[in-house]
Design a protein around this ligand. Structure first.
Ligand SMILES: *[C@@H]1O[C@H](CO)[C@@H](O)[C@H](O)[C@H]1NC(C)=O
Length: 317
């Protein structure tokens, strides 16, 4: 369904673990996995374990299953995550400070309702050679565009033939490098992989990579982009990107296909709103095949919807 139908949202949620706050009007379900990541089940529906220290988290993440993180854990560094794992934040204030997750050669991982501030020089979430990933209702940030551009790495990066990914209802903010999908022009094994859906996210005060996508397929809808000064959705090396029902305000090169790589990318944009100093540079038209059903919310409403219904404390565990 690509057309907006106004629904009064119910507070009914899927899955036995989650509960949701009352919701304002929107078309898209707030507690549903949609997009290229469909089929991801994480650690399943068991009660799992609850952790409140870095050492307990590290042990649990290596074993897999359902893991609830209770509170803000400080200084965990980068935690390695096993296949078949759900990492779920308890309540509104749970997450990692100076900590992040690394998913390497794994499949089937869900990360929800967590605020993550990455360690220096590292990613908040780093996905390598991994498939079936769902990141939802997270808040990913550092300290803003201060210090050096490379003081931190990305907020959500995926590379090396990773595939089947959805990032939804997540706030990216106050950071230099947002989301890098595909790390190198010469890594041609990524052709046909790196399929990723981003929906109902916000990117506010992030310098670039909203995302940057090499080789893969990107579908970005009903998302809010504000005050991003260098480049936005950066389609490179033959990547194909469909961008729809999104709002861009003061985003330089909001959608571009001609930046930073040996070969250009492709993009199709429709039903977006561009305001303020926003510019676009789409030099080649082309979009990925979208094999799933989805529901958009209109560009004019998405910043309000995402402000109240993305991030942490909306779907709680
Ligand atoms: C993940 O779960 C699937 C389905 O139960 C199973 O086949 C697979 O072996 C599991 N992977 C790991 C690494 O445990």
């Amino acid at each position: 369904m690509q057309f907006f139908t106004q629904l009064v949202a119910s507070s009914l949620v899927a899955g036995s673990l989650a509960s949701a706050i009352p919701l304002t009007e929107r078309a898209a379900a707030v507690d549903q996995l949609v997009g290229f990541g469909e089929g991801t089940t994480g650690g399943g529906s068991g009660a799992g374990v609850t952790v409140s220290s870095c050492s307990a988290l590290s042990t649990a993440a290596a074993a897999g299953g359902v893991i609830k993180i209770n509170g803000k854990l400080n200084g965990c560094g980068t935690i390695k995550v096993a296949s078949n794992t759900s990492l779920l934040g308890v309540g509104k204030g749970s997450g990692l400070i100076n900590g992040g997750f690394r998913l390497a050669k794994v499949s089937n991982v869900i990360i929800r309702n967590l605020e993550l501030t990455p360690p220096k020089k590292a990613d908040a979430i780093d996905v390598e050679a991994s498939t079936n990933i769902w990141v939802d209702h997270c808040d990913l940030h550092s300290v803003g565009m201060v210090g050096g551009k490379d003081d931190y790495d990305g907020l959500f990066d995926a590379k090396r033939e990773s595939d089947k990914i959805t990032v939804s209802w997540t706030k990216f903010h106050d950071h230099w490098k947002g989301s890098l999908i595909g790390h190198s022009d010469s890594f041609t094994a990524d052709k046909g992989k790196l399929r990723i859906t981003y929906h109902h996210n916000s990117f506010i005060n992030v310098n670039s990579r909203l995302p940057s996508l090499r080789f893969g397929s990107g579908h970005i809808y009903s998302s809010c982009f504000q005050d991003c000064p260098t480049s936005g959705i950066n389609s490179r090396m033959g990547a194909k990107v469909l961008v729809e029902q999104s709002s861009f305000s003061n985003v330089k090169r909001a959608i571009a296909t001609n930046l930073d790589s040996d070969q250009q990318g492709y993009a199709v944009e429709k039903n977006n709103i561009f305001t303020g100093s926003t510019t676009t540079e789409i030099t080649q038209s082309g979009q990925p095949d979208i094999p799933y059903q989805y529901t958009t919310d209109p560009a004019a409403s998405v910043c309000g919807i995402v402000a109240s219904q993305a991030g942490t404390g909306v779907i709680t565990f």
